[in-house]
Design a protein around this ligand. Structure first.
Ligand SMILES: Nc1ncnc2c1ncn2[C@@H]1O[C@H](COP(=O)(O)OP(=O)(O)OP(=O)(O)O)[C@@H](O)[C@H]1O
Ligand SMILES: [Zn+2]
Length: 672
């Protein structure tokens, strides 16, 4: 008998498509099938099986083939994709299909069949490493997590180096131990904010659970590998799944626990296409499956912190460092007005570096700006190296002899003289990591200095290799951007210097302060993770600032996240900002700003109910990018369901206008 298969396809059209099926065996919901769409063959996901269709049967095309070698995805997984599609206002097909590896969606199945064959290779077991005994706070945290009956969200608020990882490992071990021979083994998903944090944790997991398949999922993997690991998760063969934000959309039929490490990290929010928050989806997924979810951080997001105050999340605190006798570093604010920097480095910082070098200890200099200098300028006429395509400067990359735009990747050679007045004396202004590196090498010619940033780690595997040299003690001074700030457990590091954090204090984005505080706490936390050696120096963090009295630095100095959070939340409440209200952002880009603004105005004048606040359209902070001019419209509501209902209706109207302009909507935006 003929059936109608309803199939979700990766297209911008907000609907699913009917196809005919007349084979003997009826396909199952959640299987993948190839069909003809327009003139090409596409692979889609079967989301419903029906007897009839609204479209006349003779107009329907037949399904080409069903991927029967692959078990179907679960109805829960489809429901997760459907929720994400609905919440972030995208078509289901644009959520579900891109979240499975290309090889599964490819017209040819050779790569898929090869990966399936590889999957059946048995795992070689080894000797498991012994877990350390937990301290009482860690024990309480583990006990709480494993005692959860069903859905439970806990916030593991642990200072840097407090041993959050050990809590994850031991909670995981207890949940994995619930496996019974007759049933499929439990699965645990662990999310980390950055690709370069996966190898360290992967190592810990594999050492602790040598006979289990640890799957990793992140965007830096080759297609074949990604297919294999996705299939390991999907088939239940992998018990532990470690990944970056995209892993939240993996098919995990036996999921029993979700862990989101560094839950406050902005990189959990996808910034293009489906603009989802992996942390928020993790909580939704845990509720759907009725399982516990753990959010870990030393500087939780204000959203999560507020939920511990309101009682929705349980706060589990680790107030001390885990290693005996390791203490949080002393924070020193170096007043740039008193200690005038030479080439960006104050006397205090140079002396502290010198002391570490003499004692054979490691130091870390943090500067969240790569390149040699953020701009070059002409003294005579005031010319500056603007990008011709963006409202941004071209950054000087001296080693590569290039000026480069960090937004559109435009590259030009460094001009020999000023392009406007011909003056040969053009100078770099400000400094990036390369310039600090160059200067440091002149001060400490014998020191082993290593820079780790996006430029120095372009080649696959090079970031890992660089971190390994630090762990092996082959580096005296490490210089880096936020890449080096998070999560790494450097054992011999006793000094962190923060070069130029002030700019973020005056950003237009109300989240800038929260982000800066988190970054500085994170990077400071790299110091003093082991006990002070005899004759060794006490661990310190030196922050070079023009505003040592600023409340943010004062709270930082005392490692006082709760105080900082309290003040921020009070401000947010008074100013009616998240987490006390809900936001969405409509963005538009066009050849000219006025066109983008006109479109947003038109959108703002559509039927808007009273409970929705529409702000005026404004140019984006980075107004021009890659020759497009961009504007944004902020939408607010006191009710999340109210905002959701409005957006649905509003987008429907907006699509009817058929705007000839690129636009996108972001729900719960993090960058404003
Ligand atoms: N119970 C314990 N006994 C002894 N050492 C421990 C214990 N728990 C953790 N450690 C050690 O403490 C160090 C810090 O732990 P870990 O890296 O998990 O901290 P963290 O809380 O994740 O820190 P961060 O937020 O800075 O990444 C590690 O070297 C770890 O091996
Ligand atoms: Zn540019």
């Amino acid at each position: 008998m003929e059936r109608i298969l309803q199939i979700a396809l990766d297209t911008p059209l907000d609907r699913v498509f009917d196809y005919r099926w007349s084979g003997d065996e009826i396909p199952r919901l959640g299987q993948f099938a190839s069909v003809e769409f327009g003139r090409r063959e596409m692979v889609g996901l079967i989301v419903a099986i029906k007897q009839d269709s609204d479209v006349p049967l003779d107009k329907l095309k037949p399904v080409i083939a069903v991927r029967s070698q692959l078990t179907e995805v679960s109805p829960e997984w489809i429901a997760l994709c459907a929720f994400a599609a609905d919440y972030y206002q995208r078509p289901l097909g644009e959520v579900a299909l891109p979240s499975v590896p290309k090889n599964i969606r490819a017209a040819k199945t050779t790569a898929l069949d090869k990966a399936l064959k590889k999957l059946s290779v048995p795992i070689k077991a080894g000797e498991a490493s012994n877990p350390p005994p937990l301290n009482p706070e860690q024990q309480t945290a583990v006990d709480h997590i494993v005692a959860a009956q069903g859905f439970d969200t806990s916030l593991l608020y642990g200072v840097t180096g407090s041993g959050k990882t050990e809590v994850y490992l031991q909670a995981a071990a207890q949940i994995l131990a619930r496996a019974v021979p007759s049933a499929p083994a439990p699965q645990i998903l662990i999310l980390v904010p950055e690709i370069n944090l996966t190898p360290q944790l992967q190592g810990h997991l594999q050492a602790r659970f040598p006979d289990l398949f640890v799957a990793t999922l992140h965007s830096g993997m080759a297609e074949g590998e990604r297919t294999l690991h996705w299939l390991a998760a999907h088939s239940g063969k992998a018990s532990l799944i470690l990944g970056t934000r995209l892993a939240i959309l993996a098919s995990l039929p036996q999921l029993k626990l979700i862990i989101v490490d560094e839950e406050h990290d902005p990189s959990y929010k996808q910034q293009e296409g489906l603009r989802y928050s992996a942390r928020d989806l993790a909580i939704w997924r845990a509720r759907q499956l009725n399982i516990p979810v753990v959010l870990g951080s030393a500087t939780p997001s204000l959203e999560s912190w507020q939920h511990t105050i309101s009682g929705r999340y349980t706060k589990l605190s680790l107030p001390n460092r885990a290693v005996d006798a390791a203490v949080l570093p002393t924070m020193r604010l170096i007043d740039l007005a008193k200690d005038k920097p030479q080439e960006g480095l104050t006397f205090s910082l140079i002396s502290a570096l010198k002391e570490r070098l003499e004692k054979g200890e490691q130091s870390l200099l943090y500067l969240n700006r790569r390149g040699y200098a953020p701009v070059i300028a002409c003294d005579a006429c005031g010319w500056m190296s603007n990008c011709t395509r963006c409202s941004a400067f071209l950054v000087l990359h001296k080693n590569e002899h290039k000026l480069r735009c960090h937004h559109c990747s435009l590259e030009i050679r460094i001009p020999k003289s000023c392009p406007t007045c011909g003056n040969v004396d053009i100078q770099p202004l400000g400094r990036g990591t390369q310039r600090i590196e160059e200067h440091l090498q002149t001060i400490f010619p014998d020191a082993r200095i290593r820079r780790i940033d996006a430029d120095s780690t372009r080649l696959k595997g090079s970031a890992q290799a660089a971190f390994d040299t630090v762990h092996r003690g082959e580096v005296d001074i490490l210089i880096g951007t936020q890449m080096v700030a998070k999560g790494h457990d450097f054992k011999n590091l006793t000094l962190v210097g923060v070069i130029n954090p002030d700019t973020a204090l005056f950003s237009q984005d109300y989240r800038a302060g929260e982000r800066l505080f988190a970054q500085l706490m994170q990077v400071s936390g790299r110091a003093g993770r082991a006990a002070q050696k005899e004759g060794g120096s006490a661990s310190e963090v030196l922050i070079q600032t023009r505003y040592p009295q600023h409340a943010l630095y004062q709270a930082l100095k005392k490692h006082d996240y709760p105080r900082f959070a309290k003040e921020c939340l009070l401000e947010r409440q008074q100013a009616a900002l998240p987490p006390f209200i809900y936001q969405a952002l409509l963005r538009a880009e066009a050849k000219e700003l006025s066109i983008a603004i006109a479109f947003l105005k038109q959108a703002a004048e559509l039927n808007v109910p009273e409970h929705i606040t529409m702000h005026d359209p404004i140019p984006m902070t980075l107004m021009k990018m890659a020759n497009s001019e961009r504007a944004q419209l902020l939408i607010e509501s006191h009710s999340r369901p109210g905002l959701q209902a409005f957006l649905k209706e509003w987008l429907h109207q907006l699509r009817q206008i058929k705007p000839r302009i690129n636009w996108s909507l972001e729900v719960d935006p993090v960058d404003i």
